[in-house]
Write a protein that binds this ligand. Structure first.
Ligand SMILES: O=C(O)CCC(=O)C(=O)O
Length: 275
């Protein structure tokens, strides 16, 4: 067992500064901006502020697992369906198959240092199931409530591991991640899944309240990789600062774990690539 794996098991997360170069981070942000610039959002469900909106937004989300899809900040549109800001600065994130569909994201997700890290953590048998470009724009980027990633990528046994890459410096002011050492030694609280008949539901698995005491801000420099255990409760605050806090995240699960059909994200699992 490597010392790094042992630290991951004990702490529930790892902070790895200098994992990516500035140039690698810049290339990813540039690519995300290009994708956003080429996106015609006229048919996006968030444009239509009607009673149909909730279900069509749900459908757009549920179909995004194997696509490059765009998600707006809450309240990005006014009542007439016009963006209040420019398109790029209205986006909350792009997901969820960037790593398989876009060559720049593919390269970043499967970089030589990533392969080396996966080997050191003995995680070569994990598949990349989800990716997200998270913008957290200055003054606009919203809160991400406390959650465990295994809620959204539920497997039996639990196996989700996330890699969160700071593409810019992340501070308390611009909405860095918060977590606490050992926080992953706690039950999985809920399972977010597809409801029979359509839509989604959050099913409670364990009623233990979140223990927020000891939560620490993970303030990190651009180029840092944070590895997160699927049971680790974590969150981020709104970006109230004038500095953006872009990040990229990939989520992995063990190839051998059972992946229920009810999970919100659907991929052709046997066909999924590892590193
Ligand atoms: O980037 C953030 O602010 C939160 C990301 C997160 O919690 C996640 O990817 O699970």
């Amino acid at each position: 067992m490597s010392a790094l794996f042992q630290q991951f098991q004990e702490q529930g997360y790892l902070v790895l500064p200098g994992f990516n170069t500035d140039a690698e981070c810049d290339a990813l942000m540039k690519r995300a901006e290009e994708l956003a610039a080429g996106y015609d959002y006229s048919g996006h469900p968030s444009v239509f502020q009607t009673t149909e909106q909730a279900s069509s937004t749900d459908d757009y989300f549920l179909q995004s697992g194997d696509k490059i899809a765009y998600f707006f900040e809450k309240d990005a549109f006014d009542e007439s369906g016009q963006l209040k800001n420019d398109l790029f600065h209205s986006l909350n994130k792009i997901g969820h198959a960037l790593h398989d569909l876009d060559p720049v994201f593919d390269r970043f997700s499967r970089s030589p240092q990533m392969l080396q890290l996966a080997a050191e953590l003995n995680m070569q048998e994990y598949v990349l199931i989800q990716s997200m470009m998270i913008f957290k724009h200055a003054r606009i980027g919203g809160v991400v409530d406390v959650h465990q990633d295994s809620t959204f990528l539920y497997t039996e046994p639990e196996s989700c591991v996330a890699y969160w890459f700071a593409l810019e410096d992340a501070t308390i002011g611009n909405g860095c991640l918060w977590a606490k050492p050992g926080g992953h030694r706690t039950p999985l609280r809920s399972w977010f899944r597809r409801k029979e008949g359509g839509g989604t539901e959050m099913v409670e698995l364990d009623a233990t309240p979140w223990d927020m005491e000891g939560m620490q801000p993970l303030e990190v420099k651009k180029g840092t990789c944070i590895v997160l255990h699927g049971l680790l409760p974590h969150y981020s605050m709104p970006n109230t600062s004038g500095k953006s806090r872009q990040a990229y995240a990939i989520h992995t699960i063990h190839r051998g774990a059972e992946y229920p059909q009810a999970n919100w994200l659907r991929r052709d699992l046997p066909g999924l690539r590892s590193w």
